[in-house]
Structure formats: C-alpha cells, structure tokens
Design a protein around this ligand. Structure first.
Ligand code: HEC
Length: 111
C-alpha cells in the first residue's frame, strides 16, 4: 500500500510535466492492477521495448491476458484478465506502457 502510494506521488505530484489523460488513466490501471505482482513502475515497464509492449497489448491486450491465464502463478489475476474492465481500459494501459518503455526516452519522474 505504501509503495503504491509513493509511486503515485512520484508520478503525479512531483512531476509537473503534463501527462496526457490516457497515459494517466493507464497509470492508474497499472498501479491498481499490476503493481501487487510486478515491480512498481519504471523498473518493470522499462525492461521492455515499445514494440514488445505493443505486441502484448494488441487486440485489446489479449496476448497479455492469455499469458496470465496460462500461468498458475498468476491465478490471482485471472478474474481481472477475464473481465470486461480489463478490455475496456486496455487502450489506456497500452499507452502508459508504451510511453515508459525502454526505448521511449521518457522517464516517469522528471529530473
Ligand atoms: C496475480 C499476480 C499478477 C498480476 C495482478 C499481474 N501479473 Fe503479470 N505476471 C504474473 C506472473 C506470475 C507472470 C509469469 C507468468 C509465467 O510465465 O508463468 C506474469 C507475467 C507478466 C508478463 C510477461 C513476463 C515478462 O516479464 O516478460 C508481463 C509483461 C506482465 N505480466 C504484465 C502485467 C501487467 C501489465 C499487469 C497489469 C494489467 C499484470 N502483469 C498483472 C503475475 C501477475
């Protein structure tokens, strides 16, 4: 919880550069849904290139969902990856992931 909160602060308050609404929405999805199992923020997102994220998030994020649905270890996320909420918001999530991909040149914190 603390970690999530900190990430949120770093992203939205310290960073004064305007972030597009979609990226912001995607960030909220990521913080709420992914951080409990994956590294917070950049450490995880910046491991992949734009192309990789785009591939995982094509067809409204189907490849990413399938990858989790196939893994017993990701069981806790199954309800989410099967839900319509996931597909409805996958566009934003994609924009967020691509925005901070390894080769995007963007960093969430602005220093
Ligand atoms: C319940 C825990 C859980 C949640 C929630 C979860 N994941 Fe995962 N994720 C996993 C596990 C476990 C794997 C490893 C699957 C395997 O290979 O067995 C994985 C694998 C991945 C991979 C591929 C592995 C890699 O590093 O290349 C990506 C990308 C990924 N997750 C992104 C996400 C995103 C984005 C979200 C939020 C929408 C998310 N995950 C939510 C547990 C989770």
């Amino acid at each position: 919880m603390n970690k999530v909160f900190l990430l949120f602060i770093t992203f939205s308050i310290l960073c004064l550069s305007p972030v597009s609404a979609a990226v912001y929405k995607g960030q909220r999805v990521f913080v709420k849904k992914c951080v409990k199992c994956h590294d917070a923020g950049q450490a995880f997102i910046a491991k992949k290139k734009i192309r990789t994220w785009k591939k995982l998030m094509k067809k409204k994020g189907k490849p990413l969902a399938d990858l989790h649905l196939k893994s017993q270890k990701a069981k806790e996320s199954w309800n989410y990856f099967k839900s319509s909420t996931y597909y409805r918001k996958s566009r934003h999530l994609k924009q967020f992931l691509v925005e901070y991909a390894k080769d995007s040149g963007n960093v969430p914190a602005c220093d």
